[in-house]
Structure formats: C-alpha cells, structure tokens
Design a protein around this ligand. Structure first.
Ligand SMILES: [Zn+2]
Length: 252
C-alpha cells in the first residue's frame, strides 16, 4: 500500500511538472493568418470589433509586430528581433485589409503582411494597385499569393514556376520593391516547393500548418495560427495562440 502511494505521488508530480512545463513560453514566433476584416459573417471574415479586440490583446501582452523580412533577416544573422515578436498576415488581398484592418493596426502600432493574388488586383472587393501602394507606404509588407490562387502542389513543375514567378514579377513591376515572401493558396504545398521558391528568388513562404516558428523551421514552410471568424470572442483567439504554443511545445 505504501508502495502504491509512492507511485501515485510520482505520477502526480510528473503530471503537474508536464502541465507547468507546457505553459513556459518558447522562443517560437507566431504568424497569424487572417483573410477579411468586415461584418460579412462569413467563415473568413473577422468583424472590425473582434479584430480590434484581438490587436488590443496583442499590444497589451507586449507583442511587437515584425515583417517576414525582419523575421528571416534575424534568422540569417542580419538583425535582431524585439521581445515577443509576432507576424500578422492577410491572405488574398481584400480591400478591407486597407479600409478596415489597417486603421486598427495603426492604432495599436502593429504592422502586417498582405499576400496578393496578382490577377485579382482591382477586381470587386480586392485591393487596387493604388491601394496596395498605400498599404506599402503605411508600413505593410506585400507578398505573393500566386498569380491565380492555384493549389501549387496540384500543378506540374512548369505551372508552379509560372504561378510563383509571374506573380512576383508583376508585383515587383507595379510596386518597385522586391517581393520575397509567398503564402501557399489553400495552404497546399509539397516537398518540391522550397527549391522552386528559392530558385524563383523568394526568401520564405507560409503554410496553413498550425504551430510556431523556430530557427530550425524551414523558412519555406513557415507555420501559422489561422484566425477565422470567432465563435467564442477573444477566448477563441487566445485558445488558438495557446494551441500553436502547445503544438510547438510537444514538437508537432
Ligand atoms: Zn487564399
């Protein structure tokens, strides 16, 4: 019986230790993935009120938003990251990123990265070239989300190269600055993509895989924290950040 008590005490000690360990912060950097900020009540629409609450939470928790260029520069020894860095990204390039999200980001001194589908620019609900230039002038980093929002892993090599090179070329020509990062449409990629992107001149890419990013994370397979329309207010946002942290803790 005394033996049994010792085993139970040891088990309890291990469970409590694991619990405490799982909440110790890591050096992993979260990259948040948004799409739209509006009142559409669609799966990928976060309302401006919810978005304001989420950005206020990040600012109050001491996060500093950095660009993907700053994140990758630091990995390559070309700069340092602030304490509690975070990257805030938007996929697809909707006009509401400028009209609704940017004023809130600026209110909390946060900045973001917007991934543009080059063939969608100027179409209804999407950003125009002038609006993308305005985003850029107001601290937003611009990346590629391919030319036509194709699922890259479902294309042959030539099609993949065309998607990533065409979008990069068009964006750079219109904006006059290097475009070095890409987000995979539908989060779809395979083992061939890092080489294809590197040869096309990209320095990194974001997947839809949940987790945080460490020095050891392949920079062409960066993990993100996806934030669709929340069902449970700020708690859900906090839970999504915590889930990414726990995945990182347990090496997932
Ligand atoms: Zn997309």
């Amino acid at each position: 019986m005394r033996h049994m008590n010792k085993i139970l005490a040891l088990c309890a000690f291990l469970v409590v230790s694991l619990f405490i360990w799982s909440f110790i912060p890591t050096s992993g950097v979260p990259i948040i993935a948004y799409h739209r900020v509006n009142d559409d009540h669609e799966i990928y629409s976060v309302s401006p009120t919810e978005f304001d609450g989420q950005m206020r939470y990040l600012a109050e928790r001491g996060y500093t938003a950095v660009s993907l260029a700053e994140l990758i520069n630091a990995r390559e020894g070309k700069g340092n990251l602030p304490d509690k860095p975070i990257v805030i990204t938007f996929d697809d390039g909707y006009a509401d990123n400028l009209l609704n999200a940017l004023p809130i980001l600026e209110k909390y001194r946060l900045k973001a990265t917007v991934f543009i589908i080059s063939s969608s620019v100027g179409q209804e609900t999407y950003l125009t070239w002038d609006q993308i230039r305005e985003l850029q002038a107001r601290q937003t980093e611009i990346g590629s989300h391919t030319a036509s929002h194709a699922a890259l892993s479902e294309l042959e090599l030539q099609g993949r190269e065309s998607e990533v090179r065409t979008s990069k070329g068009v964006l750079e020509q219109q904006l006059g600055t290097p475009v070095e990062f890409l987000a995979y449409p539908f989060g779809k990629y395979d083992a061939a993509m890092p080489d294809i992107l590197q040869q096309a001149g990209y320095r990194g890419a974001c997947t839809g895989v949940t987790g945080l990013n460490f020095i050891a994370t392949n920079q062409y397979l960066l993990k993100r924290v996806n934030v669709p329309q929340p069902k449970y207010d700020l708690w859900e946002f906090r839970a999504r950040l915590l889930r990414a942290h726990l995945y990182a803790k347990f090496g997932m």
